[in-house]
Design a protein around this ligand. Structure first.
Ligand code: SAM
Length: 482
């Protein structure tokens, strides 16, 4: 039997079934242990230090106890600390992005995904480079600067060369004042050599959802195709890091397995990356199964309520305070609104999940990867965020300034966010307002920028940010950053 070892490079040792089961039992036994719960909450709370703020994070066992705890007063405290951590490390900024679907050709048999090989109802489509260009122009015309590219797994139709060519095309398009400055990549697990090629192509984060950490379920949910190989899939992030990619994004598709099991697995995966590579995941995504062609979410019996979903999000925030958290348009405006206060730091806006969807006048449904719940325009989402007191940020500076991996984490830990990320958010928001926003959004946005500029502690940085913002308003000069 495999023995738990976070430093091991073997999937069954760092995501260890016996350890997860013991963790769940420990959490169940201690879910009403107020003394222990208070100790864990105290550990999670962010603390002021000489040069900023620190949060200790939690182990998978500690975080699992909090997730199991149903005492209303304690759950409220979890939510409160999640918000404190979010504000301490990410401020009130929310980073914006959009997914771009390149191809729905897929040789896998994932039973929850409409792209599965046996689905004969959907038209298979792969963008030509001309079509990629048109999609990028449409995304730039909305104001997007950061994309996550998505593709099915098909070595013949979507080989790595195709993905690399698309990345090159995306970065080459400059329509009016538009530019895609960061391309994150969500494609199937691959080799170290291919990860190196992605790194050389200038990608931001490599994202790969584990789907489920439960091996037995995983094998059933991925009955055919290369994705069936649980170990190869689970060890992908180690290969990505070996290939030089500093920023990796984890995720679980909630609804496939019991959420407490998934949660423990997810935190163990983060601990493993930290133990082996000295840096945890850059982001964690929290997708839930949605209706799609040939897919009925009701047929999966582990679906979770909005309340449990909120609790999971908050507990992730406490466990890995320096990891960005992403929520997609799979979720409704209401759910997204609630989670923004519990630690989410990145959201997508105006997403179209079909191949070629952005170039179409109407949102096409026939090849969608999942039903989009939040169907608002980017301008509407930006306006809504500001109304709720969040600063929509189109910043991509960190990775372009080489602040990836542990260098990004140290920025976070050393309290430099207000002198760096905050002005960058305000400058990129100015770009959005000047180039793409409606009148109503502009008025709200410029007022917010004026107020928020005052919060930059360093007077020199504040003056430069103010000057750059005036330059953006007056001229076509763009892309200022700290
Ligand atoms: N094909 C790649 C892979 O194998 O990892 C990644 C791209 S796939 C287009 C992106 C993600 O969408 C999957 O990892 C899965 O978690 C999610 N997904 C698939 N079907 C879904 C559904 N019905 N509802 C919500 N999300 C879904």
């Amino acid at each position: 039997m495999a023995v738990y070892n976070p430093k091991s490079l073997k999937a069954e040792e760092f995501i260890n079934d016996a350890e997860i089961k013991e963790t769940l039992q420990y959490a169940e036994e201690n879910k009403n242990n107020i003394e222990l719960i208070d100790k864990i909450l105290e550990k999670a709370r962010p603390k002021k230090t000489e040069n900023g703020c620190r949060a200790a994070g939690l182990t998978h066992r500690e975080a699992s106890v909090l997730l199991a705890c149903d005492i209303p007063e304690k759950v409220e405290q979890i939510y409160k600390i999640a918000e404190e951590i979010k504000l301490a490390f990410y401020g009130n900024r929310i980073v914006m992005f959009a997914p771009l679907y390149l191809s729905n050709y897929c040789v896998n048999g994932c039973v929850y995904c409409p792209y599965h090989l046996k689905n004969k109802h959907i038209a298979r489509k792969k963008l030509t480079q001309e079509e990629v260009k048109n999609e990028v122009i449409a995304l730039q015309d909305m104001g997007h600067k950061r994309l996550a590219i998505e593709a099915g797994e098909d070595p013949v139709n979507n080989p790595i060369e195709y993905i690399l060519e698309c990345i090159k095309t995306i970065y080459s398009v400059n329509h009016k004042n538009g530019a895609i400055r960061r391309v994150n990549v969500n494609i199937a697990a691959t080799t170290v050599e291919n990860y190196r090629k992605l790194k050389d192509a200038g990608i931001g984060t490599y994202i790969l959802f584990q789907e489920t950490y439960h091996k037995e379920s995983y094998l059933k949910l991925h009955p055919t195709g290369p994705k069936h190989d649980y170990d190869y899939h689970t060890e992908a992030m180690d290969r990505a890091m070996e290939g030089g990619i500093d920023d990796v994004g984890l995720g679980v598709l909630f609804g496939l397995e019991l959420y407490k099991y998934e949660f423990a697995g997810l935190i163990m995966h983060a601990e493993h990356l930290e133990a082996v590579h000295g840096v945890g995941p850059h982001t964690i995504s929290v997708p839930r199964i949605k209706k799609a062609d040939d897919i009925d979410p009701e047929s999966f019996d582990n679906s979770i309520s909005d309340e449990i979903f909120a609790k999971i999000t908050a507990c992730i925030r406490l466990a890995v305070p320096y990891t960005g958290m992403i929520i997609s348009t799979r979720e409704s405006e209401e759910v997204r609104g609630k989670l923004l206060n519990l630690g989410v730091s990145q959201i997508s806006g105006a997403s179209r999940t079909s191949v070629g969807g952005y170039s179409e006048e109407e949102r096409p449904h026939d090849t969608e990867q999942f039903d989009v719940s939040d169907q608002r325009t980017l301008d509407e989402v930006v306006n809504w965020l500001m109304k709720k007191g969040h600063i929509p940020s189109f910043c991509t500076a960190c990775y372009r300034e080489g602040r990836t991996g542990d260098r990004f984490m140290s920025l976070c830990k050393n309290g430099q966010i207000l002198n760096c990320c905050h002005p960058n958010a305000l400058m990129t928001l100015t770009e959005f307002l000047v180039d793409y926003a409606s009148e109503e959004t502009k008025i709200r946005g410029f007022k917010m920028i004026d107020d928020e500029l005052e919060k930059i502690p360093n007077p020199k940085v504040r003056a430069i940010a103010r000057e750059n913002i005036e330059n953006i308003k007056k001229s076509n000069r763009r892309d200022f950053r700290f």
